[in-house]
Design a protein around this ligand. Structure first.
Ligand code: PLP
Length: 452
């Protein structure tokens, strides 16, 4: 065990030490090399060191350099040193934090991190929280609490009775909501299709004047940080209207909620604190390893009613039992890496991370605009949507950027137009990385345009 872990650590260190000088995208050869894993189920044992060697030699080259400085895809952050190292230690601990009794350290670090996060994200004091795999499940968890509460309000116990015969719930959602919100609604029996979609403006924000009238149990889904533009829904107006009608307001703030951690950007998200529940990711802008998402719910009882394991199944202690707040019972101790990120960066370190990434996004937008390309969004956060021409041209430029390997950017469709999206979410990204990446993107775009 000892030699094996040293071996793993050495391989991981070599991998990370080389991440700055390698391609952002795995080469075609490296992906083709994955065929060595396609064998029939091994009949007998293989030396653990041999398993590790195969994984490193054939697997490492076929990774995307997501923890590198020039990965700008999907709003994915790179794991920072402290949470990565803490995650290794916690994996060695092999803790199951479902119950406080089973893992005091796992449960305590979750509770402490939640308290710190409520403060950092500007959420109402005392609101309950939940550690989950990502924002998709955070949306699911918070919307389960919402479903419980709005039906409870009309005398229906959805946990006991289910949805058959229940009063209908009106679900109102922005036309630019993230697909994961639809998925969560589908999993909750609220339906992906029976929602009312509010039209949006040029940045993807709900148009307040189009917000529909509603009656009875209702859930409104707002967005803090559009996955393309980074834009924020007009929270104050919509939350006022929603609460006047007794609705529950949920916020998908997978990355946008972290704006609250920066004094310079907190104004973008301040009004969302009046909502009833929030979903966010730690594996995006807090730069912790996968998988790590968070749900917050103002009404602790609603979250617990939706998520608790029956009292008869497991003994209740004097402590907050993590499994009463989250869909899973057994799971990894996600609080360890989140705590390590918060402890190592502190308030000022997190503000600095958020602000540096937003400055990098502005640097991208300025550089691309100066080169004559069209920026399709107002760059309010860490997201840049750029167009190099028609849909086919954009597709070719994205492919050329991936083939070049200097940096990683993805294609997207923004308000019906093909485009390329740049998300800056990693602690590693410096102004020099942006400069080098800009030069590569501009070079690729010009070569595609020259060839057409
Ligand atoms: C990334 C993202 C999600 C989904 O998060 P996962 O962690 O991938 O489940 C949801 N909403 C928004 C706005 C996102 O950016």
């Amino acid at each position: 065990m000892d030699r094996l872990l040293a071996n793993a650590s050495e391989r991981a260190r070599a991998y990370l030490n080389a991440i700055q000088s390698r391609r952002a995208n795995p080469s075609e050869d490296a992906v083709a090399g994955l065929s060595v894993f396609r064998e029939s189920l091994p009949e007998g044992p293989t030396e653990a060191s041999e398993v590790l060697r195969l994984l490193d030699e054939a697997g490492s080259p076929a990774t995307t350099a997501m923890s590198g400085a020039r990965f700008f895809g999907f709003v994915m952050g790179g794991a920072m040193p402290a949470p990565l190292a803490a995650n290794w230690l916690a994996t060695a601990w092999d803790q199951n934090p479902g119950l406080h009794l089973a893992s005091p350290i796992g449960a305590e670090l979750e509770e402490i991190s939640l308290e710190w996060l409520v403060e950092l994200l500007g959420l109402p004091t005392g609101c309950a929280g939940s550690f989950v795999t990502g924002a998709t499940v955070a949306n699911f968890t918070a919307l389960a609490a919402a479903r419980n509460a709005v039906l409870h309000g009309v005398g229906w116990n959805v946990e006991a009775e289910g949805l058959f015969g229940a009063p209908p719930i009106t679900v109102i959602i922005g036309a630019e909501a993230h697909p994961s919100v639809y998925k969560a609604l589908g999993m909750l029996g609220l339906g992906r299709e029976r929602v009312l979609r509010v039209p949006v403006d040029s940045q993807g924000r709900m148009r307040t004047e189009c917000f529909p009238a509603f009656q009875g149990p209702a859930i409104i889904c707002l967005q803090a940080g559009n996955v393309n533009s980074g834009a924020f829904d007009p929270a104050r107006e919509i939350i006022e209207k929603a609460h006047a009608g007794g609705a529950w307001v949920h916020v998908d703030g997978a990355f946008g909620l972290w704006a609250a951690a920066s004094p310079r950007l907190a104004h973008l998200v301040r009004d969302f604190a009046a909502a009833d529940s929030w979903a966010t990711d730690a594996h995006k802008w807090l730069n912790v390893p996968y998988d790590s998402g968070l749900a917050f719910v103002r009404d602790e009882a609603a979250l617990r009613a939706a998520m608790s394991i029956s009292a008869a199944y497991l003994p209740q202690g004097d402590h907050r039992e993590p499994s009463n707040y989250t869909p899973e019972l057994s799971r990894r101790a996600r609080g360890v890496d989140v705590w390590a990120a918060l402890k190592s960066m502190g308030r000022s370190g997190i503000a600095d991370l958020i602000e540096r990434n937003c400055a990098s996004a502005r640097q991208f937008a300025t550089g691309l605009a100066e080169a004559g390309f069209e920026i399709l969004n107002e760059v309010v956060l860490n997201q840049v949507v750029v167009s190099f021409g028609d849909a086919e041209t954009n597709r070719k430029v994205v492919q050329a950027v991936l083939d070049d390997g200097t940096c990683w950017c993805g294609g997207t469709v923004w308000q019906g137009r093909g485009a390329m999206r740049i998300s800056v979410s990693s602690w590693r990204t410096t102004p020099e990385d942006v400069q080098v990446s800009l030069a590569a993107i501009i070079r690729m775009a010009r070569s595609v345009l020259d060839a057409s």
